[in-house]
Every structure is written in C-alpha cells, then in structure tokens.
Design a binder for this molecule. Structure first.
Ligand code: MGD
Ligand code: MGD
Ligand code: SF4
Ligand code: MO
Length: 737
C-alpha cells in the first residue's frame, strides 16, 4: 500500500489522500491480480482506478473488462446494503428495510417452523457459483447448512462440473484431485467444449490465456479445438473440428479405440498402476473412428491422426470443459478424457495434466470431502446424490410434487437458479408456492425476488480474500492473500458473519444451546459452531501454521501481489502409491452405462431433425449477474441466436430478424445473427440473460433484458449417470417471429 495526499476534491475541506491497494478479481476462475487506486476524504472512500497487477506471478498484469466493473458493483445503487423483507399489500410487493437482528430472528423462526411442521426434509438449500469465489462461504457455510439436516442440498455444481468431481472421486480417490492442463509446458493441447478465450479458463485457472496459447505456438506446439462453433479459442487453434453437439463421448471412445487398435498405449510411469485396461479395450471395440464419423461429423483419418499425436507427444493433454460436462454423456466424456490421458502417460507428467501443490490444501484441511455417490436418491425422480448434493435439475419437481419430503422452504446463497438451471420457468413457478424463502445475496434478481427475506453480505472489494478453490486449480502454484480494498459499509456483515450468526441462532432456537455447550451429541456441533466464530483470516493463519505449509503468514502479508511457488509438479502417482491404491479404469457405473452408448451411437443412431441448441459465453459476461453495469452491457445486444447461413436460408431469415425459438418446455424470442462460425444444424444462445421478469431491482439489466436460454433447456434432459444438466444439443424449432 502506498499513500499520497492532495488537496480537497469533493467540495469538502478535508484533505484527499490517495493510496494503492494490491488485490484480486474474484469474478471468474482466472483470479487476476489487481492494483486499485483509492481516494479517501474523511470517512468517504472511492475507487478511482483498477488496473492489472504486473507483479502478480500468475496473472502478470492481465485483466479483462469485468475487473473495472468491480467498482460499479461497489457503487451500484441497486445493491442491497441492509436486510430487506418482502411485504405484499393489496397485491403490491414492496421491500422493507429491516435491522439485522430482526432479520436473523425472522429467518431462524420461519425455518424452524417449517421443520417442526413438515420435517427437516422440507427445507432446501441452493448455493450458486460465487460461493466458491468468496472464501467465507467455503469456511463458514457448512456448519449452518449441516444443522438443517436436509438431503435437499443443491448447487451450481450440477449445472457445471459435477462429472469432473465424480470421475476424480472414482479414479483418483478424491473429488478435488482434478489434474490441471500444464498449459505453459505442453506441446499438444486438445480442447473439447471449452472456450478459455471468453471464459478465461475453468478447472484450469489460467489468466492471460492468449499469451499462453501464443507461447505454445511459438515453441512449436499445437492447439486443437473441438466445438460445434468456431469460437474465439478455435480461431487461435491450428485445427478446429466442428463436432455434432452431444456426441463427444462417441468421439472420445473412438480415440480410445484407436489407441488399442494401433497399439499406441504408452502409460509411462503409470505402468502397473492401471487396472482393467483390457475391460476398457473390450468396451470401446464398437466405437471405431470409421463407425463414429457419421455420428460426430469428424472423419476417421482425423480421429486416428489425433490419437497418434496424443500418444506420441512427449507432453500432450486432452482437456474438456462445460460443453462436454453439461451434455447427455457428460460423465462418460470426463471419464474418457482421463483414461486417454492416463493410457498415454500424460497424467502427473510435465506438460500433460498435473495436480497443484497449494499452500492451503482444501483436501488436507478437510474442507472438502473425498466424495460419495448414490448413497441416496431424490424422492420424485430417483436421481443420485453426489457428496450430499442432489442434481439441481430435480429441485423444482421436489417443490411441486406433494407428499412426505416435499420442499416447502428454500435458502439460496450466491445464486440465481431461475436463470441458471434447466427449465427456469418451472422453477420460477415452484418458488412462488414456497412457504418461506431466504436469500443471502445483495441483489433482488430473478430468483431472490421470491424471497421473504434477503440478507445482503458485503461485496468483493469490502472483504479480504484468499482463494481456497482456484489456487487449487491454477496452472502454476501461487499463494496470495488480499486485504479489503475499501472499508465495508457501516453496519454491514460479511457472508461468513451471516452464516456464523445463522448457525448460532438456529442451534439456540432448535436445541436451546449456545455454542459453548459441551453436552453429549451436541459436542461436535458446538465445536463447529465455535469454529465459525473465527474469521476466515484466522482460520487461514491456523492453516498456514500447519507442518509442511509452503508459505508463512508473514510472507503472504509482505507479498500482496502473490508468492510464486513454482510450476506444477508430479505427485499423484506417489500419493496413490502411498495409499496403496491403483486406478480402476472401469468404474462400475461407467461399465453399466456404455451399452447405452452403443445403442445411441452404434445400433440405433437417431439423425436429429430439429436444430440443436448450445450455449456460449463472452468476455463481458459473468453468468447471470453482471448485467447491471452499463460498461458490460453497452453496445450491440449480445443475447442473439447464432445460426449458420444454410439454416437461415432454409427458414428465409435475415440478419437481425427476431425469431421465435421453441423447445419442449418453453419458447423465447431473440434476434438472429447469421454466421458461418456455427456448425450447420446447430444454433447458439448465451446463458445468464432474461432480465425482463417483473419484480427485480436491476435497473440497468432490465433495460438490456435479453432472454433466458434456460427457458428452453429441459429439466428432463440430464446426464445418464450423475443427473448433471444436459444443456448441449437441446432440440429446438426456430422460425420468424
Ligand atoms: N466471460 C465469462 N467468463 C466466465 C463465465 C461467464 O459467464 N462469462 N463463467 C464462468 C464459469 S461459472 C464457468 S463454469 C466457466 C466455463 O468455461 P468454459 O467451459 O470455457 O465455457 P464456455 O465458454 O461456455 O465454453 C463451452 C464451449 O462448449 C461448446 N459446446 C457446447 N456444446 C458442446 C458439445 O456438445 N460438444 C463440444 N465439444 N462443445 C460444445 C460451446 O460452443 C462453448 O464454446 O467460465 C467461467 N468464466
Ligand atoms: N444453459 C446454460 N445454463 C448455465 C450455464 C450454461 O453454460 N448454459 N452455465 C452454468 C454454470 S457453469 C454456472 S456456474 C451457473 C451459475 O449460476 P448461479 O450460480 O445460480 O448464478 P450466478 O449467475 O452465478 O448468480 C450469482 C448470484 O450471486 C450473487 N453474489 C455475487 N457475489 C456474492 C457474494 O460474495 N456473496 C453472496 N452471498 N452472493 C453473491 C449475485 O448477486 C448473483 O445473484 O449457471 C449455469 N447455467
Ligand atoms: S479474467 Fe476478468 S473477470 Fe476473470 S479474474 Fe481476470 S479480470 Fe476478473
Ligand atoms: Mo460454472
């Protein structure tokens, strides 16, 4: 931090001081380092500039347009700074500001009442994406949510990366052992269903990905992108394969087939550690590149050539993200990707895919369990839990279907499932029928407008941060602690303080205990409640005090730009050996599922008649919630339907014309953008829009409403194993509006 003083600037006679603060952006997984300039006059603080921090060892000065919007978020007049309660008089809804004390009492009383009347299964929890971007949620939310004793736990995981966790849990024994592409040293990178040029990387924290791709090219490496759209990333690649959406599993199995067929296996250090190789060989037999070419649209010669490249590359890696996780065979896709990398010796290998060595290890600290699967199932559809969570695609039906265990109350935190989960309109209706809903969020959005009470936490620049999750997934080992940039507004609470208080008051209301209780079965609970009284920072200090910690608290404090801990290193094989564990390449559920893929892709191939809808992101978006800032929504409307010229011509559509898009569950209207970048037969709409619903308090977003893709996606289309949403390849009809 540095300080300078200058004369008064705001009409006040108090002197203005200017200081710089090194912080970070928590909006997306790239977690870029930032330098903030803050002006202070009296007690008034104002962020005057936000720049990339050149000294940051990971992001090296990179930022995107969203970083500057952190200032807008801080200053947004629509952002709640005090709890509010929904009051309906004569059919008119108003939001009444209330004090924290009253708000907590109200929430705890209503949640306890629902539980007493209908049982603990009547209360559901949904945690959205920023709960992994704001560390107070990771350290503090679980105690309160655990006290609820409900199986109705939902999160954005099941519209996202659930298949990755499940596969890591099966193959490597822990859901967070997710190998990260070693992008800075690889020579061959095959990307399926990811567009890091827009998303800035996912399950691969990779700020400044453009420079890293450029470096790959300069050292003679090769980038290949498999995506139904010629994306910003595909445009940088040496090769783009416009696959038929939803068929990646078939193509990945064809790559595996080729490894066996052409005897390309080269497990290197995995020799002797991989079980059931021959079972895999048998299972992939029907999926020859020749047989799959008509399914995937990728010719056999190309498939075979790329299998050879992966197998013979000294350092190569297959990486698959959203587009291949959120599809009908998402788990098979992520399983096949790991098996390909393993059989080619690219896992735990420099330039392949490696685990990180984070200074604060979520696994070692017990903040994330290793995972369990299908221990129970959802009431209505029988969808399996993973790690205590049910797939969110079933949440609405659990609210709408009467009977024992029906959901009657909901707690949302950091989320907007009305816009972000499949068949959002159905969920919208379901939320209307709840007995009680509380949201921990600072906006009245399409979801939280249904809440009875909203508890707004501080925003990013007002609290400190250590990235517990994304430093676990970064392409380089780095540790970084950021102080708050500005002081929190008076009387405000951080997320962790809200959880801590909810846990304390809920326990007292239900069991009449204070956190100090040491009574019998309440002991563990009381212990956890006591821990929730410690701040995340205090817990971090405790974590860093553990034996073998890679940085000290003092080092972190002295280096707000981040401490570089070096490139990723092999460690997974050693860890597995230590546990006496070999990798079972053919988990039971995969073995049971593969015959269904034979049916879908080999014996009864259905040629789709309808157009297939896929999603997209762009660099100025951030899921559903950064549309209330002018600088991110200005310019040409971005919520448009991309369509290939051939499909536009067949429907006599012209550029910019408004079209009606209809699926099994709903219909929306959007302008069409005709582009050869789309695969013929496939159309694309971005997610996170649809701000036209009544009753939100997002004035800028409402003026740039767009429509929600999730009013078209189908809650009944899910991954066959995990229940993860299958967004990709939703059948739609498109015609002039
Ligand atoms: N700017 C911006 N950045 C973000 C976000 C954001 O909203 N905006 N969100 C953040 C979050 S929460 C996440 S999870 C990450 C996601 O990060 P990415 O996975 O990189 O995200 P997308 O840009 O959605 O890329 C998915 C790609 O899959 C393609 N695709 C769709 N269906 C299929 C298919 O069937 N097969 C194949 N092979 N490809 C398919 C799409 O065309 C798209 O290009 O991004 C994060 N970063
Ligand atoms: N069709 C389709 N649907 C998708 C996707 C897709 O690609 N296609 N992507 C999916 C993916 S990958 C994801 S991750 C989900 C995201 O979906 P969600 O997680 O449900 O929603 P977000 O849009 O991230 O909403 C974030 C909310 O958190 C609030 N918030 C922000 N910061 C904080 C904080 O620090 N504390 C609290 N308490 N609240 C905060 C914001 O105000 C906002 O209301 O969407 C999914 N939905
Ligand atoms: S890429 Fe943009 S949104 Fe993501 S962390 Fe960096 S500055 Fe923030
Ligand atoms: Mo996500």
């Amino acid at each position: 931090m540095s300080h300078t003083a200058s004369p008064a600037a705001h009409g006040s006679t108090l002197p203005v001081t200017t200081r710089t603060v090194q912080g970070a952006c928590n909006l997306c997984e790239a977690i870029c380092g930032l330098t903030f300039t803050v002006e202070t006059q009296g007690t008034h603080e104002r962020i005057v500039s936000i720049k990339g921090n050149e000294a940051d060892p990971l992001s090296r000065g990179h930022i995107c347009p969203k970083a500057v919007a952190l200032k807008d978020l801080h200053e947004d007049p629509d952002r709640l700074r005090q709890p509010v309660r929904r009051v309906v008089t004569n059919g008119q809804t108003t939001w009444q500001p209330i004090g924290w004390d009253q708000a907590f009492d109200l929430v705890v009383e209503q949640l306890a009442r629902v539980r007493e009347q209908h049982g603990s299964q009547a209360v559901a929890v949904y945690q959205g994406n920023p709960s992994v971007h704001n560390w107070g949620n990771i350290t503090h939310a679980q105690t309160f949510f655990g006290q609820l004793k409900t199986r109705h736990r939902y999160s954005a995981t099941s519209v996202d990366q659930l298949p990755h966790h499940l596969v890591s849990h099966w193959l490597y024994g822990h859901q967070m052992r997710i190998p990260v592409p070693d992008i800075d040293r690889t020579q061959f990178m095959l990307i399926l269903g990811g567009n890091p040029m827009a998303s800035n990387g996912s399950l691969m924290t990779v700020p400044d990905v453009r420079a890293r791709f450029k470096a790959l090219k300069e050292r003679g490496g090769q980038l290949v992108v498999v995506d139904p759209r010629r994306t910003e990333t595909a445009a940088l690649a040496q090769e783009h394969l416009a696959i038929e959406p939803g068929t990646d599993a078939a193509w990945l199995l064809a790559l595996l087939h080729t490894l066996f067929d052409e005897q390309l296996l080269r497990p290197r250090r995995w020799e002797g550690l991989l079980q059931h190789i021959e079972v895999v060989q048998q299972a992939v037999q029907p999926f020859s590149p020749e047989a799959m070419a008509g399914v995937t649209g990728i010719d056999a010669a190309t498939t075979r050539r790329l299998a050879r490249t992966l197998a013979t590359s000294e350092a190569g890696v297959v990486y698959g993200r959203m587009g291949v996780s959120t599809q009908a065979h998402g788990v098979v896709c992520q399983w096949a990707i790991q098996v390909l990398n393993l059989l080619c010796g690219q896992v735990d290998h420099e330039g392949g895919a490696l685990l990180t060595s984070p200074a604060v290890n979520l696994i070692q600290m017990g903040l994330m369990g290793k995972g369990h699967f299908d221990v129970w199932r959802s009431r209505v559809r029988g969808a399996p839990e993973f790690n205590g969570e049910l797939p969110v695609a079933v949440m609405a039906e659990e609210m709408l279907t009467p009977g024992q265990g029906q959901v009657r109350a909901l707690i949302t935190s950091c989320g907007n499932p009305v816009l972000s989960t499949p068949n959002g309109q159905q969920l919208d209706r379901a939320l209307e029928g709840l007995d009680f809903m509380v949201a921990i969020d600072f906006f009245i959005n399409e979801t939280t407008r249904h809440a009875d009470v909203i508890l707004p936490p501080t925003c990013f620049v007002e609290h400190d941060h250590y990235d517990l999750v994304f430093l676990h997934l970064a392409v380089r080992n780095v540790a970084r602690y950021s102080e708050p940039v500005v002081a929190p507004a008076e009387g405000s609470l951080h997320d962790w303080q809200i959880y801590s208080e909810l846990a304390r008051r809920y326990a007292r209301r239900l069991w009449g205990v204070e956190s100090k209780s040491t009574l019998g079965r309440l002991k563990g609970m009381a212990m956890r409640a006591a821990l929730t009284r410690l701040s995340p920072k205090r817990l971090l200090q405790l974590g860093l005090g553990r034996k073998g910690a890679r940085v000290t608290w003092d080092e972190l404090k002295q280096h707000p730009e981040g401490v570089d801990l070096g490139p990723l290193e092999p460690q997974l094989i050693d860890a597995l050996k230590k546990q006496n564990r070999r990798v079972n390449l053919m988990p039971d559920r995969i073995a049971q599922e593969l015959p269904r893929l034979v049916q879908a892709f080999v014996t009864e191939v259905a040629r789709p008649n309808a157009l297939r809808l896929i999603g997209r992101r762009d660099v100025r978006s951030n899921n559903s919630w950064m549309h209330n800032t002018e600088r991110l929504v200005s310019g040409k409307p971005r919520c448009t339907l991309y369509m290939h010229p051939v499909d536009a011509q067949a429907r006599q559509l012209s550029e910019g014309q408004v079209v009606r898009i209809a699926s099994r569950v709903g219909e929306v209207q959007a302008p069409v953008h005709i582009t050869p970048d789309m695969r013929p037969g496939v159309v694309s709409l971005p997610h996170g829009w649809g701000h036209g619903r009544q009753g939100t308090q997002l004035r800028v977003a409402q003026a740039h409403a767009g429509v929600s893709i999730n009013d078209l996606t189908d809650d009944q289309l899910t991954d066959g194993i995990s229940g993860n949403a299958a967004f990709s390849a939703t059948p739609v009809e498109v015609q002039a509006a």
